[in-house]
Design a protein around this ligand. Structure first.
Ligand code: BGC
Length: 465
């Protein structure tokens, strides 16, 4: 029995890892633009303007909003597995289209295609993993997706750095082409993993579903899992849907999901993820290639502190991490602003202050708002509206992300770099005030109990284990 359990465990980890390659691609294609930016703007190459660069960067997010909105329905019809396979094909097409783009409009189009794949992956991969995981391991396996996103960002920085060549202003082409490799791994890998039992049983294919469960679930839990899936499906069809999630008793939950994504994005994380080499260039590092180096360190710190966060979330709880995180992020943002504000007196040491402040910022983001955003949206909704609730949460995430990415360089030009970062810091302060009222402590509370609390009309602050 024990050896069968071990085998199950390894198999499940393998299956989850293959699917989480989707998270890695999400991260890779998020981060890859950063190393490409200075090359795209290089006067020896296309020499595109700041406005055009914002389009190239933001195009992904337009696609992602579409992808996140579409994938819920499609994954119900086609199944989770086919949707992830489709995403890998779209990822691959996007990598080719962006790498080979003959002009800026086609580059923007290629980035929209990639975005579509990212939007689909950001929704369907966590869903696939949560449905294929044995009950007792679900939390840890789902969080693996966030870790893979940060690893994907780091991999893209490293590959950008290795490919970057100051003598070749078209170095960006190969940076985009490399995205083909993880897309192919995902594509091939997904043929070897099963469809989820939940989807199969929902389609009346109970025997196939049981076969998969026999492979992945602990033997004593198989029949119980099937019963639970059937009960869930029955309950969901009672009153699932968008209308329910807008009803008064769930309005606070929806406000929390959209709110946490607002503060996750409007405190400027992706200006750092997308634009850090450009920021380092503003801070005085001249070589296009060398501007990527501190970004690699930032990416590494992001991965490491996501691991720290996974360890802390269930010990310290959500609320303390939220506030500690935001305070640290605000300090980092004020620091980045100050280092630009005192540009003249700091001279060549500006870059050290900027880099140090960005590290403070990313450390505190990685332990708090990074994982918390995705965790909270998966916890606050009752089961029957979790699907639509989560897709509204991720949709807002992409929308806010798009707005920030699209306005960052405009803000820098209008307010100066210092002004832009101080604005994000001010929004962080607003986030603290908002969080005092709205961030619930969900640590150790079952999801059913959270639902009861909403029905009783409890305030999020009054949630207790
Ligand atoms: C955010 C992304 C961000 C990433 C950085 C995620 O939680 O949603 O927008 O790029 O963290 O690690």
């Amino acid at each position: 029995m024990k050896s069968k359990n071990n085998r199950n465990k390894n198999l499940v980890v393998l299956i989850a890892t293959i699917a989480a390659t989707g998270g890695l691609l999400f991260g890779f294609d998020t981060g890859v633009i950063s190393g490409a930016q200075n090359f795209l703007q290089d006067p020896g190459g296309w020499g595109i303007s700041d406005d055009q660069l914002e389009w190239v960067t933001t195009a992904v997010l337009i696609g992602a909003v579409l992808g996140a909105a579409l994938s819920g329905r499609v994954s119900d019809i086609l199944g989770r597995k086919k949707v992830i396979i489709a995403a890998s094909v779209i990822f691959a097409l996007g990598a080719l289209a962006t790498g080979a783009a003959p002009n800026i409009s086609l580059l923007v189009t290629g980035r929209i295609i990639i975005g579509l794949a990212i939007g689909i992956a950001s929704f369907s991969v966590p869903m696939y993993i949560s449905e294929i995981s044995p009950t007792r391991k679900r939390g840890a396996l789902v969080t693996m997706n966030q870790l893979m996103i940060t690893i994907g960002i780091l991999v893209s920085y490293i590959s950008d750095y290795l490919i970057a060549n100051d003598a070749n202003p078209f170095s960006w082409r190969w940076m985009f082409y490399i995205g083909l490799i993880p897309a192919l791994i995902l594509f091939i890998g997904m043929f070897f993993v099963p469809e989820t039992p939940r989807w199969l049983i929902g389609r009346g294919r109970e025997e196939e579903g049981r076969k998969v469960l026999n492979k992945v679930e602990e033997p004593d839990l198989v029949e119980e899992a099937i019963r639970k899936i059937k009960a869930d499906i029955a309950r969901e069809s009672e009153s699932a849907g968008y209308r329910e999630v807008f009803k008064p008793w769930l309005r606070t939950a929806l406000f929390i999901a959209v709110g946490i994504m607002f503060f996750q994005q409007f405190t400027g994380i992706n200006t750092i993820i997308y634009y850090s080499p450009k920021i380092f260039k503003m801070a005085g590092i001249e070589s296009n290639t060398l501007t990527i180096l501190p970004s690699i360190l930032l990416g590494t710190v992001n991965v490491l502190f996501t691991v720290v966060s996974i360890m802390l979330l269930d010990k310290l709880g959500r609320r303390p991490l939220y506030f500690i995180g935001l305070i640290g992020m605000i300090a980092g943002l004020v620091g980045v602003g100050l280092s630009f504000f005192f540009e003249e007196s700091l001279g060549s040491s500006l870059k050290y202050f900027t880099v140090a402040s960005m590290f403070i910022y990313i450390i505190f983001f990685a332990v708090s708002l990074g994982p918390l955003g995705w965790l909270i949206i998966s916890e606050v909704f009752p089961l029957k509206v979790r699907g639509v609730g989560m897709s509204l949460g991720s949709l807002s995430n992409w929308l806010f992300n798009g707005i920030v990415a699209f306005t960052f360089l405009k803000l820098v030009n209008a307010l100066s770099p210092a002004g832009a970062f101080w604005l994000y810091a001010a929004l962080g302060i607003l986030g603290i005030i908002w969080g005092r009222r709205f961030i619930p402590e969900t640590k150790g509370i079952t999801l059913e109990k959270i639902e009861d609390y909403w029905r009783e009309g409890r305030k999020p602050r009054e949630f207790k284990e």
